[in-house]
Design a protein around this ligand. Structure first.
Ligand code: MRU
Length: 355
């Protein structure tokens, strides 16, 4: 089968030079339809992020960096001050697309910082420098995925069953994924791992995306409903849980797709290790704990109108937080591109990532 990591199937890519286009897989259509779409403006990029055509923390960051280029690439004739003002307005706008994944803000800040550092350049050269920075963010993400996979696979043993939640794969990054990169690295190391994928209500990233992605990469996968996670642990079908994260606070509290917190409690109750795989771009050292991580609230119709039909009575109250926060005490280890952090403490995180 074709590999997603293959260039033609890349989650997102910049087409052309300057001016160029941001091209991406429309993930809202998978697995029924594989369609690539173009974004030519920051507005189209904002919409693509908001409606989850591109999703997953690292991929959102890369998309935002290129979305910023789309916003200024026709403005090289402006004076430097005007150009920088346009850049900042566009970055502020893109930052409003989704609130939880810190990679979005991290990538936009890095682009702003690049502009500030190269304030001596003429505007056309500054624009080229910014495109180079967006490309660097994408390429570094790819390298971090490989490194996390290699570190993470050392935690797994031949023949194990591993539960994952949401999609933290190639589709969620510009490389081979965070959590799912561990499965690809385990396969390269000759270990046979069987993945159990939670379907991940309400938008079914596990069913639609993770099982599709793993199938396409020849990794054995069994899809289960979210409510079955505890039972597959009780039945000893899984020996580890591995997920990604959208924002990790300085103490290791980790926001990820809604349902991850419950899975961490189930893993604890069954004595199963719970691992988070996240690059340094997903850490937010400005937040001491996960208590202040902003949690995205999404449209109630995602719950009331699942699978294209009405699945709840009109007018019923609906609560639809898209993420939850797993406390550090429930996390056995965090796998980063620099190594494995365990036990998960503020000191160990700082030593690994800031040291
Ligand atoms: O709402 P989504 O689909 O963007 O949520 C994605 C997740 O929660 C992923 O698990 C997380 O971003 C890790 S991605 C490598």
């Amino acid at each position: 089968m074709a590999s997603l990591i293959h260039k033609d199937l890349s989650t997102l890519r910049w087409d052309g030079e300057l001016p160029g286009t941001l091209n991406m897989i429309d993930q809202t259509l998978l697995p029924e339809q594989f369609l690539r779409i173009d974004c030519n403006t920051p507005e189209e990029t904002w919409q693509a992020i908001k409606r989850l055509s591109v999703r997953g923390a690292p991929a959102i960051g890369v998309a935002a960096a290129y979305g910023l280029i789309l916003g200024v690439q026709h403005n090289a004739h402006l004076s430097q001050n005007e150009f920088l003002e346009k850049l900042n307005i566009t970055a502020d706008y893109l930052a409003e697309s989704r609130p939880t994944a810190v990679n979005l803000f991290w990538a936009l800040d890095r682009m702003r910082q690049t502009a500030a550092t190269h304030a001596d350049l003429e505007t056309p050269q500054l624009l080229e420098r910014l495109l180079a920075e967006a490309r660097a963010i994408e390429q570094e993400d790819q390298a971090m995925c490989i490194a996390m996979g290699e570190f993470g696979q050392t935690l797994l043993k031949e023949g194990q069953g591993v539960l994952t939640h949401c999609n933290a794969g190639a589709l969620a990054t510009s490389g081979s994924g965070t959590a799912l990169s561990v499965f690809y690295a385990a396969a390269r190391a000759g270990k046979k791992i069987h993945v159990y994928a939670d379907e991940t209500r309400p938008l079914l990233q596990g069913a639609r995306l993770t099982s599709w992605e793993l199938q396409n990469n020849d990794i054995e996968v069994t899809l289960i409903c979210d409510s079955m996670a505890g039972w597959v642990m009780k039945e000893k079908r899984v020996q580890a849980v591995i997920t990604g994260a959208d924002r990790v606070a300085a103490n290791g509290d980790a926001a990820n797709k809604i349902g991850t917190y419950s899975v961490s409690l189930l893993a604890k109750a069954h004595g199963i290790p719970f691992y988070i795989v996240a690059p340094s771009s997903t850490f937010d050292f400005a937040l001491a704990t996960g208590d202040s991580i902003p949690i995205e609230q999404r449209d109630p119709t995602e719950i009331s109108h699942g699978c294209g039909k009405q699945t709840a009575p009109a007018g019923v109250h609906i609560y639809n937080p898209a993420f939850d926060v797993t406390p550090a005490e429930n996390i056995t280890a965090i796998v980063t591109e620099k190594g494995i952090i365990s036990p998960v403490t503020t000191e160990n995180i700082a030593a690994m990532l800031k040291g």
